[in-house]
Design a protein around this ligand. Sequence first.
Ligand code: BF8
Length: 646
Amino acid sequence: MAEAETKSIDKASIEMIEKAASDGASTVFDRAEVMSPCAIGAVGSCCKHCAMGPCQLVTFKGEQLRGVCGATAATVAARNFVRMIAAGSAAHGDHGREVAKVFLEVAKGEAPGFEIKDEQKLLQLALDLGVNIGDRSNNEIAVDVGQILRDEFGKQEGELLFLKRAPLKRQEIWRKLGVAPRGIDREVSEAMHRTHMGCDQDYRDLLLHGARTALADGWGGSMIATELQDILFGTPSPVASQINLGVLKDDEVNIIIHGHEPYLAEIIAVVSQDPELIEYAKSKGAKGINLAGMCCTANEILMRHGVPIAGNFLQQELAIVTGAVEAMVVDVQCIMQGLVEVASCYHTKVITTDRRTKIEGATHMEFDEHKAVESAKAIIRTAIDNFPNRGKNVIIPNYKTDLIAGFSHETINYLLGGLFRASYRPLNDNIINGRIRGVAGVVGCNNVRVTHDDLHVTLVKELIKNDVLVLETGCAAMACGKAGLLLPEAAQYAGEGLASVCEAVGIPPVLHMGACIDNSRILMAATAMVKDGGLGDDISDLPAAGVALEWMSEKAIAIGQYFVSSGVFTIFGTTWPTLGSKEVTDFLFKGMEDLYGGMWAFEPDPIKAAHLVIDHIDRKRKDLGIDKAGERVLYDMTMRRELDAV
Ligand code: BF8
């Protein structure tokens, strides 16, 4: 096997890893070979929270030490874990806050170029939040909705409003444990305080606050971002598109939009088809302007506009290696600093657009939502101006795969239940009758320490083969997209029961639900399944699990912890950041189940991870009394009414 083939299962990526080597461009794959992970830090045993250290709490013989201040390995591992949660929640929270700010500006007419796209979702949310509708305009209603949700970030007391969306039993658990978040920023700030030198030194207590902070992400920052983005840019519905580096075009100006917050990408998606700009591109020798996405921004504009995806996290530098990218336009999160160094070997301009993410050596063109169209046009013009600088060393890998995306919680509801009775009932029925064994949320990143995309794809194939319906977001969804699993035809890899449901409803066995911020959609889907009845009365009763085998970011830990604290059995792979403390690891892997009904697990092998999911699902099916294959139950109206009354 050629060396590049050990680094990725994706043929386009392998081709570009080889091209980078022959071009002398150093990518993440090369850097990972010279930079080994720090063995002490990897297991959460390095404390650098004061200047008496850093203290390493494990010796190479495996003996456990105390820090200079007396901190135990458990305290240090828990502190490090909670700081990861805080950073991840802060990233999603800051995204949500920025969305709320732009949402309010749009509602007040201060951000021309944007408008409210989903009136129905606005009105539903207004009703949920107790906002007066009457004969007020959408913009007036949106101002109230935006203000209420923006205030969630700085709230000091009480509870986050969206907690009330969770099953009642779940809310009671959170209240009893004292982990119901008060305000999004408050929990992040308290997490930083508690983990400061000489503060909270009880690992259980630290991890309880970690749960509170993570819940402030899942049921707070992330959920607010998803809801307001849907209202502003449209709630996703099924859309066909393509994925992989083959979506780049050799005769057009290629612009890649990379990052997370979707406003700039939204406006670029619209403006890039402006006839004046297309003419300008032609004047520079190009046939047109080709837009493609990278990372979670890609998911956002794929779901709402069908813009093709160039690749996931580990492909960001490889896209530049094609030699065909005029501009890599980035905003926030998951943007490698290595982009600039790789770009220096080609003609690509790396353009930073957000005040919070500047990179030395990149061109900074700050996006101003008050002048959205002008900002977007200026960026596109810069890309067009760069087209004549494209060299002859261009290879666009001839790989791209069709996919269907856009499965928001609302869309699944509608597809399953129909226009007049949107509902998860048919999904629950098919779980109860055993055609669908259970549901897995497969999410998260790529990690260069494992073969790119391999874990996601192997895991998901094993799950669907065993009749587990898969809901996906983030880079995991893109990995499966490249492998052809986001198409209805992928039902051929599914077990007989799952395949029959997919064929009847016309959906793929793997549903792409959006960006990482949209993991809140999975919480809503799980809640809807509980509320539709027949599968217990809490999320922890569902035959369901979460998996992120190729995780790498702190956001993934925050997501995993809010899944666990919401009652979901959650498996991570690659590496586990608390192995330096047996107490902390045992508490996360076992103790948390007693508190939340959900717990963490670490399993780097994708087939074994799939079977952990399946075993968990089977246990839950047994607890629910649906483990024996039953006859399919057809619900008449009386039965449906009885269920609705429960
Ligand atoms: O938020 S899955 S590598 S792109 S962190 Fe990043 Fe991970 Fe990809 Fe999006 Ni999520």
